[in-house]
Write a new protein. Structure first.
Length: 248
């Protein structure tokens, strides 16, 4: 029993007691008539209190549901903000990729133009090469495993440099070779060193423009004579220099 009901009952008992003391001979009817209105008021007050308690409970439930909805809204707002941030990052990456792709495309177009122009120039050169003929050749010999030029080799190269000094349209081929001594890999490197030595002398001492010279090392391939004899191997340790010029 709650405090309000106890208070109401106490009030009723007090009134009844006062009535009994004031009128010692009061009848039960008088008591009922006196107490009944008070009891009705007490019941009304208790009913209102019960209704208020119910309303308060419903209000608390409503507030709780509102808090839950607010928390849910906050959660959704946070997720939306994170999604927006990720979308912005992806958009930035997409813009960067597009810029890089555009740059690469522009470079590719420029490179294609360069290649096209190069092919046109190459075609002209190939067509012009058809007009070149062998003017002279020299075979420069080297010692076993050596790539340095002898005095005799230098004199031979001086003759070629002197010959081309008055020419305008010519090209020089420099091909390096070795004998079969050693491994193929070693011989390939040695043949290129010999060819390079000839080119250095022609361009530095003979003042031959470098763009006029083409060089390659063949190693022990394509021997001039058989490698079975000492003399044959000596003849294969060589650099062949060929001068091509336009026929007059």
């Amino acid at each position: 029993m709650n405090m309000k009901r106890l208070y109401a009952i106490s009030l009723v008992l007090a009134v009844a007691g006062a009535a009994m003391l004031g009128v010692g001979c009061a009848t039960k009817k008088y008591v009922r008539e006196t107490v009944a209105p008070v009891q009705q008021k007490v019941d009304d007050v208790e009913k209102k209190n019960t209704q208020q308690d119910t309303s308060l409970a419903e209000l608390e439930k409503g507030v709780s549901r509102a808090d839950e909805r607010a928390q849910t809204a906050d959660t959704h707002a946070g997720e939306a903000a994170r999604e927006a941030a990720r979308a912005n990052e992806q958009a930035a990456v997409g813009i960067k990729d597009a810029a890089e792709a555009r740059s690469l495309g522009e470079k590719g177009i420029a490179r294609a133009g360069d290649v096209e122009r190069g092919l046109g120039t190459l075609g002209t050169r190939v067509e012009n090469l058809d007009n070149y003929a062998l003017a002279t050749s020299q075979t420069v010999l080297f010692g076993l495993g050596r790539a340095n030029l002898t005095d005799e080799a230098k004199q031979q190269l001086d003759g070629i440099a002197s010959k081309v000094s008055s020419m305008k349209r010519y090209t020089i081929e420099v091909q390096g070779f070795t004998d079969s001594t050693g491994t193929p890999e070693t011989n390939l490197r040695l043949s290129q060193r010999r060819a390079d030595a000839v080119v250095r002398y022609l361009t530095l001492e003979g003042k031959v423009p470098l763009h006029r010279v083409q060089t390659v090392g063949y190693g022990e391939d394509n021997p001039a004579v058989d490698n079975k004899t000492r003399d044959g191997r000596q003849q294969n340790r060589r650099v062949e220099v060929r001068l091509f010029a336009v026929e007059q």
